[in-house]
Write a protein that binds this ligand. Sequence first.
Ligand code: SAH
Length: 406
Amino acid sequence: MESLRVLELYSGIGGMHYALKESGISAQVVAAVDINTTANKIYRHNFPDTPVWNKTIEGIPLDDFNKLSFDMIMMSPPCQPFTRLGLQGDVADPRCKSFLFILDLLPRLCKLPTYILLENVKGFESSSARDYLTKTLSGCGYTYQEIMISPTNVGVPNSRLRYFLVAKMSAENSSIQTSAKGCSFSHVMDSEFPERSSVLRSKCQNTDRPSEDNPNVHVLYKRETQMDSQKKTDQNKNLSVQQIQDYLEPQMNIDMGLYLLKPKTLLRYGSILDIVQPHSRRSVCFTKGYGRYVEGTGSVLQCCMENEISSVFTNLDQLTEEEKLQKMLKLSLRYFTPREVANLMGFPQSFSFPEDISIIQQYRVLGNSLNVVVVSRLLQLMTSEHFGHSEGEEQFSVLENEYLCS
Ligand code: SAH
Protein backbone atom coordinates (compact mmCIF):
# COMPACT_ATOMS: atom_id res chain seq x y z
CA MET A 1 0.00 0.00 0.00
CA GLU A 2 1.25 3.47 -0.81
CA SER A 3 1.84 5.76 2.15
CA LEU A 4 -1.53 7.13 3.24
CA ARG A 5 -2.01 10.80 4.00
CA VAL A 6 -3.84 11.03 7.31
CA LEU A 7 -5.72 13.94 8.89
CA GLU A 8 -5.98 13.70 12.68
CA LEU A 9 -8.82 15.84 14.04
CA TYR A 10 -9.25 16.58 17.77
CA SER A 11 -5.74 15.20 18.02
CA GLY A 12 -5.10 15.82 21.75
CA ILE A 13 -1.84 14.15 22.72
CA GLY A 14 -1.81 11.99 19.61
CA GLY A 15 -3.35 8.70 20.74
CA MET A 16 -4.55 8.12 17.18
CA HIS A 17 -1.11 8.89 15.78
CA TYR A 18 0.47 6.29 18.07
CA ALA A 19 -2.20 3.78 17.04
CA LEU A 20 -1.41 4.45 13.40
CA LYS A 21 2.27 3.78 14.04
CA GLU A 22 1.46 0.67 16.05
CA SER A 23 -0.81 -0.67 13.29
CA GLY A 24 2.11 -0.91 10.88
CA ILE A 25 0.14 0.87 8.15
CA SER A 26 2.36 2.89 5.89
CA ALA A 27 1.10 6.40 6.57
CA GLN A 28 1.96 9.96 7.54
CA VAL A 29 -0.12 12.40 9.55
CA VAL A 30 -0.32 15.47 7.32
CA ALA A 31 -2.02 17.66 9.95
CA ALA A 32 -3.14 17.28 13.57
CA VAL A 33 -5.81 19.76 14.66
CA ASP A 34 -6.73 20.70 18.23
CA ILE A 35 -7.50 23.82 20.25
CA ASN A 36 -5.96 22.64 23.50
CA THR A 37 -2.57 24.31 23.79
CA THR A 38 -1.31 21.96 26.52
CA ALA A 39 -2.23 18.89 24.48
CA ASN A 40 -0.67 20.44 21.39
CA LYS A 41 2.55 21.08 23.25
CA ILE A 42 2.71 17.41 24.28
CA TYR A 43 1.86 16.34 20.74
CA ARG A 44 4.65 18.46 19.24
CA HIS A 45 7.09 17.20 21.86
CA ASN A 46 6.47 13.62 20.71
CA PHE A 47 5.90 14.23 17.00
CA PRO A 48 8.11 17.18 16.12
CA ASP A 49 7.74 16.54 12.38
CA THR A 50 3.94 16.61 12.29
CA PRO A 51 2.22 19.94 11.52
CA VAL A 52 -0.03 20.74 14.50
CA TRP A 53 -2.77 23.26 13.77
CA ASN A 54 -3.78 25.09 16.91
CA LYS A 55 -7.18 26.01 15.43
CA THR A 56 -10.87 25.44 15.92
CA ILE A 57 -11.89 22.93 13.31
CA GLU A 58 -15.00 24.88 12.30
CA GLY A 59 -12.81 27.87 11.48
CA ILE A 60 -10.75 26.05 8.84
CA PRO A 61 -11.80 26.80 5.24
CA LEU A 62 -12.68 23.96 2.89
CA ASP A 63 -9.80 24.90 0.67
CA ASP A 64 -7.24 24.30 3.43
CA PHE A 65 -8.61 20.80 3.88
CA ASN A 66 -8.54 20.21 0.12
CA LYS A 67 -4.88 21.21 0.00
CA LEU A 68 -4.02 18.45 2.45
CA SER A 69 -5.36 15.86 0.02
CA PHE A 70 -5.79 13.26 2.75
CA ASP A 71 -6.77 9.59 2.37
CA MET A 72 -7.89 9.02 5.94
CA ILE A 73 -9.53 10.95 8.78
CA MET A 74 -9.03 9.82 12.38
CA MET A 75 -11.10 11.74 14.91
CA SER A 76 -12.43 11.80 18.49
CA PRO A 77 -15.07 14.55 18.47
CA PRO A 78 -16.14 15.85 21.87
CA CYS A 79 -19.85 15.25 21.28
CA GLN A 80 -21.53 14.64 24.56
CA PRO A 81 -23.45 11.40 24.95
CA PHE A 82 -26.86 12.93 25.30
CA THR A 83 -29.09 10.06 24.40
CA ARG A 84 -32.53 10.53 22.96
CA LEU A 85 -33.91 9.44 26.30
CA GLY A 86 -31.92 12.11 28.04
CA LEU A 87 -31.58 15.77 27.27
CA GLN A 88 -32.01 15.33 23.54
CA GLY A 89 -29.56 18.11 23.12
CA ASP A 90 -26.68 16.31 21.52
CA VAL A 91 -26.35 18.13 18.23
CA ALA A 92 -27.58 21.34 19.83
CA ASP A 93 -24.64 21.24 22.22
CA PRO A 94 -22.11 23.88 21.12
CA ARG A 95 -19.32 21.34 21.53
CA CYS A 96 -20.86 19.40 18.66
CA LYS A 97 -20.62 22.31 16.25
CA SER A 98 -17.23 21.38 14.86
CA PHE A 99 -18.36 17.81 14.26
CA LEU A 100 -21.41 18.96 12.32
CA PHE A 101 -19.10 21.23 10.37
CA ILE A 102 -16.99 18.21 9.35
CA LEU A 103 -20.08 16.27 8.28
CA ASP A 104 -21.18 19.21 6.20
CA LEU A 105 -17.74 19.57 4.69
CA LEU A 106 -17.15 15.93 3.83
CA PRO A 107 -19.34 15.67 0.71
CA ARG A 108 -17.85 18.93 -0.57
CA LEU A 109 -14.23 17.82 -0.50
CA CYS A 110 -12.50 17.58 -3.88
CA LYS A 111 -11.37 14.08 -2.98
CA LEU A 112 -13.21 11.99 -0.43
CA PRO A 113 -10.88 10.16 1.96
CA THR A 114 -10.86 6.38 1.51
CA TYR A 115 -10.97 5.73 5.26
CA ILE A 116 -12.59 7.33 8.30
CA LEU A 117 -12.17 6.23 11.90
CA LEU A 118 -14.18 7.86 14.67
CA GLU A 119 -13.99 7.32 18.41
CA ASN A 120 -16.55 8.42 20.92
CA VAL A 121 -17.93 7.65 24.33
CA LYS A 122 -20.54 5.05 24.99
CA GLY A 123 -23.86 6.75 24.43
CA PHE A 124 -22.88 8.19 21.08
CA GLU A 125 -24.53 5.19 19.42
CA SER A 126 -27.92 6.51 20.50
CA SER A 127 -27.31 10.17 19.67
CA SER A 128 -28.60 12.03 16.66
CA ALA A 129 -25.00 13.08 15.96
CA ARG A 130 -24.42 9.40 15.16
CA ASP A 131 -27.43 9.42 12.84
CA TYR A 132 -26.09 12.45 10.97
CA LEU A 133 -22.76 10.71 10.69
CA THR A 134 -24.09 7.42 9.30
CA LYS A 135 -26.44 9.21 6.91
CA THR A 136 -23.61 11.37 5.62
CA LEU A 137 -21.36 8.35 5.18
CA SER A 138 -24.02 6.37 3.34
CA GLY A 139 -24.74 9.38 1.17
CA CYS A 140 -21.08 9.62 0.24
CA GLY A 141 -20.83 5.92 -0.60
CA TYR A 142 -19.00 4.55 2.43
CA THR A 143 -19.34 1.13 3.98
CA TYR A 144 -19.04 1.34 7.73
CA GLN A 145 -19.00 -0.74 10.85
CA GLU A 146 -19.82 0.33 14.39
CA ILE A 147 -18.07 -1.35 17.26
CA MET A 148 -18.24 -1.08 21.03
CA ILE A 149 -14.97 -2.24 22.45
CA SER A 150 -12.92 -1.99 25.61
CA PRO A 151 -9.18 -2.63 26.14
CA THR A 152 -10.08 -5.73 28.18
CA ASN A 153 -11.26 -7.25 24.90
CA VAL A 154 -7.70 -7.09 23.58
CA GLY A 155 -6.05 -8.38 26.76
CA VAL A 156 -5.34 -5.09 28.52
CA PRO A 157 -6.48 -4.93 32.18
CA ASN A 158 -8.28 -1.62 31.88
CA SER A 159 -11.91 -0.84 31.12
CA ARG A 160 -12.60 1.90 28.65
CA LEU A 161 -15.71 0.97 26.75
CA ARG A 162 -15.92 3.17 23.68
CA TYR A 163 -17.91 3.52 20.49
CA PHE A 164 -15.96 3.30 17.26
CA LEU A 165 -16.99 3.68 13.68
CA VAL A 166 -14.69 2.58 10.90
CA ALA A 167 -15.64 3.47 7.34
CA LYS A 168 -14.22 2.73 3.94
CA MET A 169 -15.18 4.10 0.58
CA SER A 170 -17.00 1.28 -1.19
CA ALA A 171 -14.90 -0.09 -4.04
CA GLU A 172 -17.54 0.67 -6.64
CA ASN A 173 -17.79 4.23 -5.41
CA SER A 174 -14.15 5.10 -5.14
CA SER A 175 -14.15 6.69 -8.58
CA ILE A 176 -17.78 7.85 -8.75
CA GLN A 177 -18.18 9.76 -5.56
CA THR A 178 -21.74 10.87 -5.76
CA SER A 179 -23.54 7.53 -5.80
CA ALA A 180 -24.89 6.50 -2.46
CA LYS A 181 -24.37 3.09 -1.01
CA GLY A 182 -23.60 2.17 2.52
CA CYS A 183 -24.13 -0.75 4.79
CA SER A 184 -23.83 -1.05 8.48
CA PHE A 185 -22.75 -3.88 10.73
CA SER A 186 -23.04 -3.42 14.44
CA HIS A 187 -21.18 -5.39 16.97
CA VAL A 188 -20.45 -5.31 20.65
CA MET A 189 -17.10 -6.61 21.81
CA ASP A 190 -18.03 -6.39 25.38
CA SER A 191 -16.74 -8.80 27.95
CA GLU A 192 -17.51 -6.16 30.52
CA PHE A 193 -21.17 -6.69 29.95
CA PRO A 194 -21.23 -10.37 28.98
CA GLU A 195 -24.87 -10.65 29.79
CA ARG A 196 -25.66 -8.65 26.66
CA SER A 197 -26.06 -10.00 23.19
CA SER A 198 -23.08 -9.68 20.90
CA VAL A 199 -25.03 -7.62 18.43
CA LEU A 200 -25.66 -3.99 19.22
CA ARG A 201 -29.34 -4.15 19.89
CA SER A 202 -31.98 -1.50 20.21
CA LYS A 203 -30.51 1.94 20.52
CA CYS A 204 -32.36 2.66 23.70
CA GLN A 205 -31.41 -0.49 25.55
CA ASN A 206 -30.71 -0.11 29.22
CA THR A 207 -27.07 -0.89 29.68
CA ASP A 208 -26.83 0.13 33.30
CA ARG A 209 -25.01 -2.26 35.50
CA PRO A 210 -26.85 -3.76 38.45
CA SER A 211 -26.65 -1.17 41.16
CA GLU A 212 -27.10 -0.69 44.83
CA ASP A 213 -30.38 1.02 44.11
CA ASN A 214 -31.83 -2.41 43.71
CA PRO A 215 -33.12 -3.28 47.19
CA ASN A 216 -32.61 -6.98 46.55
CA VAL A 217 -28.89 -6.61 46.16
CA HIS A 218 -27.04 -7.14 49.41
CA VAL A 219 -24.19 -4.74 50.07
CA LEU A 220 -21.05 -6.48 51.32
CA TYR A 221 -18.31 -4.11 52.41
CA LYS A 222 -16.97 -1.01 50.69
CA ARG A 223 -20.52 -0.35 49.47
CA GLU A 224 -19.96 -3.12 47.01
CA THR A 225 -22.68 -5.58 46.13
CA GLN A 226 -22.21 -9.30 45.80
CA MET A 227 -22.69 -8.91 42.07
CA ASP A 228 -20.00 -6.20 41.78
CA SER A 229 -17.63 -8.28 43.81
CA GLN A 230 -18.34 -11.41 41.76
CA LYS A 231 -17.79 -9.48 38.56
CA LYS A 232 -14.38 -8.33 39.77
CA THR A 233 -13.46 -11.87 40.84
CA ASP A 234 -14.44 -13.15 37.40
CA GLN A 235 -12.43 -10.45 35.67
CA ASN A 236 -9.38 -11.34 37.76
CA LYS A 237 -9.71 -14.96 36.65
CA ASN A 238 -9.72 -14.12 32.95
CA LEU A 239 -6.31 -15.34 31.85
CA SER A 240 -6.69 -13.78 28.39
CA VAL A 241 -6.15 -10.44 30.11
CA GLN A 242 -2.71 -9.45 31.39
CA GLN A 243 -1.91 -8.54 34.97
CA ILE A 244 -1.63 -4.99 36.26
CA GLN A 245 1.97 -5.65 37.33
CA ASP A 246 3.02 -5.84 33.66
CA TYR A 247 2.18 -2.14 33.36
CA LEU A 248 3.78 -0.80 36.53
CA GLU A 249 6.92 1.24 36.88
CA PRO A 250 9.66 -0.17 39.12
CA GLN A 251 8.61 0.73 42.65
CA MET A 252 11.95 2.38 43.38
CA ASN A 253 11.37 4.90 40.56
CA ILE A 254 8.18 6.18 42.17
CA ASP A 255 8.12 9.14 44.50
CA MET A 256 5.58 7.69 46.94
CA GLY A 257 5.11 11.07 48.58
CA LEU A 258 3.40 12.20 45.38
CA TYR A 259 1.24 9.18 44.78
CA LEU A 260 0.13 7.72 48.13
CA LEU A 261 -3.46 8.62 48.99
CA LYS A 262 -3.68 11.27 51.66
CA PRO A 263 -5.40 10.51 55.02
CA LYS A 264 -8.17 12.98 54.23
CA THR A 265 -8.93 11.18 50.98
CA LEU A 266 -8.87 7.77 52.64
CA LEU A 267 -11.27 8.86 55.35
CA ARG A 268 -13.65 10.59 53.02
CA TYR A 269 -13.62 8.26 50.04
CA GLY A 270 -12.14 4.99 51.32
CA SER A 271 -15.34 3.07 50.89
CA ILE A 272 -15.84 4.01 47.24
CA LEU A 273 -12.30 3.50 46.00
CA ASP A 274 -11.77 0.94 43.28
CA ILE A 275 -8.73 -0.92 44.61
CA VAL A 276 -6.64 -3.22 42.45
CA GLN A 277 -3.51 -5.21 43.16
CA PRO A 278 -0.44 -5.99 41.06
CA HIS A 279 -1.80 -9.42 40.19
CA SER A 280 -5.29 -8.11 39.26
CA ARG A 281 -6.45 -8.39 35.68
CA ARG A 282 -8.72 -5.36 35.80
CA SER A 283 -8.87 -1.65 36.52
CA VAL A 284 -11.51 0.97 35.85
CA CYS A 285 -11.32 3.68 33.23
CA PHE A 286 -8.94 6.54 34.02
CA THR A 287 -10.71 9.83 33.42
CA LYS A 288 -9.43 13.36 33.22
CA GLY A 289 -10.17 14.00 36.91
CA TYR A 290 -7.83 11.23 38.10
CA GLY A 291 -5.57 12.38 40.95
CA ARG A 292 -7.88 15.29 41.76
CA TYR A 293 -11.23 13.59 42.30
CA VAL A 294 -11.72 10.10 43.57
CA GLU A 295 -15.20 8.99 42.68
CA GLY A 296 -15.31 7.12 39.39
CA THR A 297 -12.06 8.54 38.04
CA GLY A 298 -9.89 5.40 38.01
CA SER A 299 -8.52 2.61 40.17
CA VAL A 300 -5.93 2.93 42.92
CA LEU A 301 -3.21 0.39 43.60
CA GLN A 302 -2.70 -1.58 46.80
CA CYS A 303 1.05 -1.67 47.41
CA CYS A 304 1.21 -3.53 50.70
CA MET A 305 -0.15 -7.03 50.26
CA GLU A 306 0.12 -8.17 53.85
CA ASN A 307 -3.44 -7.13 54.60
CA GLU A 308 -6.60 -8.18 52.81
CA ILE A 309 -8.91 -5.47 51.52
CA SER A 310 -11.88 -7.28 53.02
CA SER A 311 -10.33 -7.43 56.51
CA VAL A 312 -9.60 -3.71 56.36
CA PHE A 313 -13.02 -2.66 55.18
CA THR A 314 -15.34 -5.04 57.01
CA ASN A 315 -17.13 -3.22 59.85
CA LEU A 316 -15.00 -0.14 59.28
CA ASP A 317 -18.01 2.05 60.04
CA GLN A 318 -17.95 1.02 63.66
CA LEU A 319 -14.47 2.41 64.30
CA THR A 320 -13.29 5.87 65.28
CA GLU A 321 -11.79 8.04 62.55
CA GLU A 322 -8.28 7.39 63.82
CA GLU A 323 -8.80 3.61 63.92
CA LYS A 324 -10.30 3.67 60.44
CA LEU A 325 -7.34 5.58 59.13
CA GLN A 326 -4.80 3.25 60.72
CA LYS A 327 -6.53 0.27 59.14
CA MET A 328 -6.68 1.80 55.68
CA LEU A 329 -3.10 3.01 55.80
CA LYS A 330 -2.04 -0.64 56.10
CA LEU A 331 -2.93 -1.18 52.45
CA SER A 332 -0.53 1.52 51.19
CA LEU A 333 -2.91 2.73 48.54
CA ARG A 334 -1.47 4.88 45.77
CA TYR A 335 -2.51 6.41 42.50
CA PHE A 336 -1.15 4.95 39.31
CA THR A 337 1.53 7.29 37.97
CA PRO A 338 0.86 9.06 34.64
CA ARG A 339 3.45 6.73 33.07
CA GLU A 340 1.51 3.70 34.32
CA VAL A 341 -1.79 5.13 33.07
CA ALA A 342 -0.09 5.71 29.71
CA ASN A 343 1.16 2.10 29.76
CA LEU A 344 -2.36 0.81 30.40
CA MET A 345 -3.59 2.97 27.53
CA GLY A 346 -1.07 1.42 25.19
CA PHE A 347 1.27 4.40 24.78
CA PRO A 348 4.79 3.26 23.85
CA GLN A 349 7.81 3.88 26.07
CA SER A 350 8.96 6.56 23.63
CA PHE A 351 5.96 8.70 24.63
CA SER A 352 6.86 11.38 27.15
CA PHE A 353 5.69 14.68 28.59
CA PRO A 354 7.59 17.96 28.34
CA GLU A 355 9.08 18.81 31.72
CA ASP A 356 6.76 21.69 32.53
CA ILE A 357 3.55 19.68 32.29
CA SER A 358 2.24 19.05 35.81
CA ILE A 359 1.08 15.63 37.00
CA ILE A 360 -2.51 16.85 37.13
CA GLN A 361 -2.27 18.08 33.53
CA GLN A 362 -0.77 14.75 32.52
CA TYR A 363 -3.71 12.86 34.03
CA ARG A 364 -6.11 15.30 32.38
CA VAL A 365 -4.85 14.81 28.84
CA LEU A 366 -4.42 11.05 29.28
CA GLY A 367 -8.00 10.83 30.54
CA ASN A 368 -9.20 12.48 27.35
CA SER A 369 -7.19 10.18 25.14
CA LEU A 370 -7.80 6.62 23.99
CA ASN A 371 -6.41 3.13 24.10
CA VAL A 372 -3.72 2.87 21.45
CA VAL A 373 -3.86 -0.93 21.19
CA VAL A 374 -7.60 -0.92 20.55
CA VAL A 375 -7.39 1.77 17.89
CA SER A 376 -4.44 0.14 16.15
CA ARG A 377 -6.46 -3.09 15.79
CA LEU A 378 -9.38 -1.13 14.39
CA LEU A 379 -7.11 0.63 11.90
CA GLN A 380 -5.82 -2.77 10.79
CA LEU A 381 -9.37 -4.00 10.39
CA MET A 382 -10.45 -0.93 8.44
CA THR A 383 -7.55 -1.10 5.99
CA SER A 384 -7.68 -4.88 5.56
CA GLU A 385 -8.67 -6.22 2.16
CA HIS A 386 -11.69 -7.98 3.66
CA PHE A 387 -13.23 -4.88 5.12
CA GLY A 388 -16.31 -3.74 3.28
CA HIS A 389 -16.54 -6.87 1.12
CA SER A 390 -18.13 -9.51 3.32
CA GLU A 391 -21.39 -9.05 5.12
CA GLY A 392 -23.10 -9.94 8.36
CA GLU A 393 -21.65 -12.64 10.57
CA GLU A 394 -18.67 -13.19 8.35
CA GLN A 395 -17.69 -9.62 8.96
CA PHE A 396 -17.93 -10.17 12.70
CA SER A 397 -15.60 -13.14 12.64
CA VAL A 398 -12.94 -11.20 10.77
CA LEU A 399 -13.25 -8.57 13.43
CA GLU A 400 -13.01 -10.95 16.36
CA ASN A 401 -10.37 -13.35 15.28
CA GLU A 402 -7.84 -11.70 13.12
CA TYR A 403 -7.67 -8.13 14.14
CA LEU A 404 -8.95 -7.59 17.61
CA CYS A 405 -8.42 -10.71 19.64
CA SER A 406 -5.02 -11.90 18.50
N1 SAH B 1 -7.84 11.55 20.69
C1 SAH B 1 -7.24 12.60 21.47
C2 SAH B 1 -8.16 13.27 22.45
C3 SAH B 1 -9.48 13.72 21.98
S1 SAH B 1 -10.38 14.58 23.23
C4 SAH B 1 -6.01 12.08 22.18
O1 SAH B 1 -5.53 11.01 21.89
O2 SAH B 1 -5.51 12.77 23.08
C5 SAH B 1 -11.13 15.83 22.27
C6 SAH B 1 -10.18 16.92 21.85
O3 SAH B 1 -10.90 17.79 20.99
C7 SAH B 1 -9.65 17.80 22.98
O4 SAH B 1 -8.25 17.76 22.98
C8 SAH B 1 -10.14 19.21 22.63
O5 SAH B 1 -9.20 20.22 22.89
C9 SAH B 1 -10.41 19.10 21.14
N2 SAH B 1 -11.44 19.99 20.59
C10 SAH B 1 -12.68 20.18 21.07
N3 SAH B 1 -13.37 21.03 20.28
C11 SAH B 1 -12.53 21.39 19.27
C12 SAH B 1 -12.67 22.23 18.13
N4 SAH B 1 -13.83 22.86 17.90
N5 SAH B 1 -11.63 22.37 17.30
C13 SAH B 1 -10.47 21.71 17.54
N6 SAH B 1 -10.29 20.90 18.60
C14 SAH B 1 -11.30 20.73 19.45
